[in-house]
Design a binder for this molecule. Structure first.
Ligand code: 3SL
Length: 241
């Protein structure tokens, strides 16, 4: 297995497709997606465009759908949910499809949706993603951070590092054998430095600070936990996990 980390969707090569693409948006889209599926949601359908989301979800029975939308960290007016994983309890999402659009995370999912395997990963479901990789042994794996509007984000990079760190611990591979690019080595170093204080790292992150200004402290705490959900969000058809 060769692992490549890209800090934003824009940095992924346009002329190549990996065997497995893993999208990461720890704050908060992939944490929300994992939570919805762990809470019994029927599926999550991701859109980068809000109008497209409304058009497709209009054809879905009202009692079987939820619309979740976030722009700039805030909930989209008229949608049932924003992008807080804490709102996605079994009482709210069980048996329903979540139609979701967020600023960066759903755009990243769209970017790699033609890969044969697409996963959504966050810290909360890291172990399930690593287990899948160790079982399936895809040759070329990309971890694609969602970043923020084209820029690097600490929280996605530390999650990529957490995945790589765990892969190394559970395989015979050396860092040089696993790493397809330098980003892998630096993401592992970031995780090794902060693994015991991921919430502290989120407080340094620009998007962490944005969410704190929006009073989403509980979301940060939830998303900073590691390996608490045994769920593997895997794409069933383009955009649907
Ligand atoms: O950018 C995104 O896709 C979101 O996850 C951002 S937020 O955490 O919902 O503000």
């Amino acid at each position: 297995m060769k692992l490549f980390i890209y800090h934003t969707p824009e940095l992924t090569p346009t002329d190549k497709t990996p065997d497995c693409a893993i999208v990461v948006d720890v704050l908060r889209a992939t944490s929300t997606i994992a939570t919805v599926l762990a809470s019994g949601g029927e599926a999550v359908q991701a859109f980068s465009d809000l109008d497209q989301l409304i058009g497709v979800s209009d054809n879905w029975p009202l009692e079987k759908r939820l619309r979740a939308g976030e722009r700039g960290g805030a909930k989209v007016t008229g949608f049932e949910l924003g992008n807080s994983p804490l709102d996605c309890t079994p009482e709210v999402v069980k048996g329903r499809r979540l139609f979701i659009s967020t600023t960066n995370g759903t755009r990243a999912l769209q970017r790699v949706q033609d890969s044969p395997i697409v996963l959504a990963a966050a810290l909360i479901n890291r172990a399930a993603v690593v287990r899948f990789l160790l079982e399936k042994q895809p040759e070329i794996v990309w971890i694609v951070g969602s970043g923020w509007e084209g820029s690097f984000s600490l929280e996605d990079t530390v999650c990529a590092g957490a995945i790589a760190h765990s892969l190394l611990a559970q395989s015979q591979l050396s860092p040089a054998e696993l790493a397809g690019n330098d980003e892998v080595i630096s993401a592992i170093a970031l995780y090794a430095q902060w693994q015991n204080d991921l919430l502290g790292l989120f407080h340094h992150a620009s998007h962490g600070q944005r969410l704190l200004r929006l009073e989403s402290h509980e979301d940060l705490k939830y998303c900073a936990q590691t390996d608490i959900l045994d769920v593997l969000p895997i794409q069933q058809e383009p955009g649907v996990l």
